[in-house]
Ligand binder design. Sequence first.
Ligand code: PBG
Length: 324
Amino acid sequence: MPFPATRMRRLRRSGLLRDMVRETELSASHLALPMFVELGTDSRTPIAAMPGVDRLSISHAVEEAGRAHALGVPAVLLFGIPADKDLQGSGAYDDEGVVALAVRAIKDAHPELVVMTDVCLCGYTSHGHCGVVRPDGDVDNDITLELLAKTAICHARAGADAVAPSDMMDGRVGALRAQLDAEDHKDTTIVAYSAKFASAFYGPFREAAGSAPAFGDRRTYQLDPANGDEAVREALLDVEEGADVVMVKPALAYLDVIRRVKDEVRVPVAAYHVSGEYAMLEAAAANGWIDRRAAVLEALTSIRRAGADIVFSYHAPEVAEWLR
Ligand code: PBG
């Protein structure tokens, strides 16, 4: 052979060399921790399909958020478990509801921590759909928009730094932005779940939030897992409507979508490593089938490599601890 074979291994010979040429950085500063908050005093309710994650009463949520913050995790994302559910999801926009109370308590205790809230009705409606259901069984887009805007205002008023609409109604980002601006919440950030797929990987979350649809499914509003072009289009639309950050969700089965969205938009991109992805790693690790720590770090690094600026992960505090 006239030339020596290209020796790719030269740069892999030592840890220091590998560190020098590493292309993707995983650090706590890019992570956000989703949390489930319930009413009640001093309660922690385990979630069977998410070992290590509990539904927390507000006092515990304040503590947990503080722990994450101390470890370098800059943000939390709150999901509320209301006392009651009804057809209009009125718990979602109750100023004395669980999320409003939790936001106030967390911001009081940890003013610098970025507090984001999930804006959707599915955890608050008796039928478990993400909006108001019409007599024909479909979710009414435009009536739902009004309730989502009310929800965002309620969270902003409580002190949320960012609202994250996850309902997938058309026009919600524009509706939220208009309402927030009109009510003097111009600095409230919108983190839009733009490319949210109708995924089987939300199963454990629905157990946690008690939000599984009582009938039908979410395929008339969430994206078909087969569609990448449509995901990019959704992200572009949300940017046009005023999204500050766009999100792809789930993450690992949609790394190509994360990359495509990253290449198309000029706003930060987030990805959500969802409950089912968490559960798969935990189940395999609990059986001794994978090295838990290595697998979690590899999964989150891959999501960053695909193009995510921000990664939502239930593993965030632990990963932050590992990376210290
Ligand atoms: C609410 C919502 C869901 C998730 C985040 N926001 C569930 C759903 O759409 O059914 C899933 C998060 C996860 O699985 O970790 N619309």
